[in-house]
Write a protein that binds this ligand. Structure first.
Ligand code: 13P
Ligand code: SF4
Length: 305
C-alpha cells in the first residue's frame, strides 16, 4: 500500500524523468494541486498551455481544458487524467444549434465561453473565460454580440459593458445555479461578518448580493489580500479547502454544501499516479481542421485579453 505522500513523491520523481507537465484547474483536490506544475483558472491554464516547453502535458480538469491545451500546443502529447471528466455546460449547445442562431442574427460577433466543445469553437469568433470576459467584450469592435452558452456569466458581463448589445441564450453551469438567495440569507445569518465571494456563473440574484464576483483564482486572490477574517465562498467547494490551507488564520465557509462539481471531482491522485507510471491515459486527438478553426477563436481571446 502507498500513502498519499509516497504516491506524490513518485509522481514528482517520474514527471521530471519523463518530461511531463501537470496542469491542474483550481477545483482539483489539494493532493493533486501539490504535485502540479501550474494551478489556475481557465484563462491561466490557457496561457500556460501556450508557453509550456514540456513534450507531454497531463490536464487535471475537464475535457474542454485538455482540448484547449492541445489546440494551443498541437505538437505536444496532451492527456486528460480522467477521460470521463467533461463539463456538462460544454455539451449544452452544439454546432447545429448555434449555426441556426447565427443565421437568425447576421452581423453578430459570437463570443463563446471557453467551456464549449472544440467543434463549437470552430464557428465562433472569440473565446472568453470568467476572468477575461469583461475586458475581451469591451475590446470587440462590433456592438452586437451573441454570448454563449452561460447566460448568468453573460448577464454579469453585460452589466459591466452597457455600450454593447449582448444577446444571451439559456445555458449555464448546473453546479453554480444550485446556490440560491436563501443560501445567501442563511450563510449571512450564520456568519454576519463574512465577505461573500462568488463566481459569475452563479444566478444573477446571488451575484447581486456578493461583495466580490470573479473567477476561481480571482476569488482566491481577493481572499488572500483582504483584511477580512471570514469568507463565504460561492463556487465549487474545493476552493473553501484550498483557501483554508493557504490562509490558516482566516475562516472559509461554503455558500452551499451542494456546490460540488462531480466532473471536476472525478480525477484522483491515483489517476495521476497511474499516468506517470504507465503512460496509459486518454490522449486528446482532434482533427487538424477543427484545431485550426478553433484556434482562431482561442488566439483572439489571448490577443484581446
Ligand atoms: P474559472 O475560469 O473561473 O476557473 O472557471 C472555470 C469553471 O469551470 C468554473 O465553473
Ligand atoms: Fe462545468 Fe460548472 Fe463543473 Fe465548471 S463547475 S466544470 S462550468 S459543470
Amino acid at each position: 500500500m502507498l500513502t498519499t505522500r509516497q504516491m506524490q513523491d513518485e509522481i514528482l520523481r517520474l514527471k521530471k524523468e519523463k518530461d511531463i507537465c501537470i496542469l491542474a484547474h483550481a477545483y482539483q483536490s489539494q493532493n493533486i494541486l501539490e504535485v502540479a506544475d501550474f494551478v489556475g483558472d481557465s484563462y491561466g491554464l490557457s496561457l500556460q498551455a501556450a508557453k509550456t516547453e514540456h513534450k507531454t502535458v497531463l490536464m487535471c480538469g475537464v475535457r474542454f481544458m485538455a482540448e484547449t491545451v492541445k489546440i494551443l500546443s498541437p505538437e505536444k502529447k496532451v492527456f486528460l487524467s480522467n477521460p470521463q471528466a467533461g463539463c456538462p455546460m460544454a455539451s449544452q449547445m452544439d454546432v447545429e444549434m448555434i449555426s441556426a442562431v447565427k443565421a437568425q442574427n447576421p452581423g453578430y460577433t459570437v463570443a463563446a465561453y471557453i467551456n464549449t466543445t472544440s467543434e463549437l469553437k470552430t464557428i465562433c469568433d472569440v473565446c472568453v473565460t470568467s476572468s477575461s470576459a469583461v475586458k475581451i467584450i469591451k475590446n470587440i469592435e462590433n456592438k452586437n454580440i451573441l454570448f454563449i452558452p452561460d447566460c448568468n456569466l453573460g448577464e454579469w458581463v453585460a452589466k459591466q459593458v452597457p455600450e454593447k448589445n449582448i444577446k444571451l441564450l439559456q445555458g449555464g453551469c448546473p453546479t453554480h445555479v444550485r446556490m440560491s438567495v436563501k443560501d445567501v440569507e442563511k450563510a449571512r445569518a450564520l456568519h454576519p461578518d463574512a465577505k461573500l465571494l462568488v463566481h459569475p456563473e452563479c444566478l444573477p440574484a446571488v451575484s447581486a448580493m456578493a461583495d466580490y464576483i470573479g473567477s476561481t483564482t480571482g476569488i482566491m486572490d481577493y481572499a488572500r489580500k483582504s483584511d477580512a477574517k471570514e469568507f463565504i465562498i460561492g463556487t465549487e467547494n474545493s476552493i473553501v479547502e484550498h483557501l483554508q490551507f493557504e490562509c490558516p488564520d482566516k475562516k472559509f465557509y461554503p455558500l452551499s454544501k451542494d456546490c460540488v462539481c462531480h466532473n471536476m471531482k472525478l480525477t484522483t491522485l491515483a489517476d495521476v499516479y497511474h499516468f506517470v507510471t504507465t503512460g496509459h491515459g486518454e490522449e486528446i486527438i482532434l482533427e487538424q481542421e477543427i484545431m485550426d478553426k478553433a484556434r482562431k477563436c482561442i488566439d483572439t481571446m489571448l490577443e484581446l485579453g
